[in-house]
Design a protein around this ligand. Structure first.
Ligand code: PLP
Length: 285
């Protein structure tokens, strides 16, 4: 079956979906994106993702061309048209295509809204069972990482370096501390059983999965500290893991080739993964 995408009001075969070469998303990375997981045909934690979409577009003064209610309808229509059971729905909104390439915001130009789905069996990913290795790279991104901007070149380079090293993710380092993964939030479990993840600020993207996992952990009386940590601390930790919409919770078993604890997926990471999947199934929309 040919996948169906949505572009500016129309549902079209993905292969035929087109935007202008003058689209500001293409020319300037002047746009915002969101990714929600789909499990058993239902969107996971979607309100959280759409709230972040609204916040991100607000931060760059980009008006959404459709209401959030309509965007939800389009998400569901794409799931249905693509008969998607397990995977992802991608949303991108840009400041549209002007007649030329002026940096300042164009007047009277309608933002571009496009969406597509992809198939991914997140629950049964082999890497969730084996755990992943991460490498460390300097965090060379801009300073408004709380905005989910489509300007992802630093992450492309970081994740390519990880792929070349046979690792599943890159942890980005700034001032000696981990900011986050290339496309995930970073957690450790300290020797005295404190779950540590960096506090939200403009240094990181406020992960929706991070937020849900922190809440689920709090409800289970786990101790949580929101603060930055170093790689030295992570290597001394009992466990490490990452969270994201496209991976849920994944154990980290190696950092720059060195094992975390015994180099096996930690029990808490595995448990939190199960708890998150239960939450995702119970609250999917
Ligand atoms: N941090 C960055 C830089 C990301 O790109 C992502 C997801 O793409 C995340 C964290 C995880 O966010 P979420 O859990 O909302 O998918």
């Amino acid at each position: 079956m040919d996948p169906i995408a949505y572009v500016n009001g129309a549902f079209v075969p993905l292969r035929e979906a087109k935007i202008s070469i003058l689209d500001r998303g293409f020319l300037f990375a002047d746009g915002i994106y969101e990714v929600s997981a789909v499990l058993d045909g239902k969107l996971v934690d979607n309100e959280s993702h759409l709230a972040r979409l609204e916040r991100s577009v607000g931060e760059i003064r980009l008006p959404l061309p459709e209401t959030i209610a309509r965007i939800k309808e389009i998400q569901h229509e794409l799931i249905s048209r693509n008969q998607l059971k397990d995977g992802l729905v991608y949303i991108q909104v840009t400041r549209g295509a002007d007649v030329g390439r002026d940096f300042a915001f164009p007047k009277g130009v309608k933002p571009t809204l496009m969406m597509f789905t992809s198939v991914k069996d997140i629950v049964n990913a082999a890497s969730a069972k084996s755990g992943i290795g991460v490498i460390t790279v300097p965090d060379i991104r801009w300073t408004r990482r709380d905005i989910k901007s489509v300007a992802l070149l630093a992450q492309v380079l970081a994740k390519q370096a990880a792929a070349e090293a046979g690792a599943g993710e890159a942890w980005m380092i700034e001032d000696g501390k981990v900011t986050e993964g290339g496309s995930s939030s970073a957690f450790i479990l300290t020797r005295d059983d404190v779950l540590v993840t960096r506090e939200n600020s403009s240094a990181i993207l406020p992960g929706c999965t991070r937020k849900a996992v922190v809440k689920l952990a709090e409800e289970r009386q786990l101790r949580i500290e929101e603060r930055a940590f170093t790689i030295e601390e992570a290597l001394k930790a009992k466990e490490a893991f990452i969270t994201s919409a496209s991976s849920f919770v994944q154990p980290v078993v190696k950092i720059d080739g060195k094992p975390v604890a015994d180099g096996k997926p930690g029990p808490l990471a595995q448990r939190l993964r199960e708890i998150y999947i239960e939450f995702a199934r119970a609250t999917g929309t």
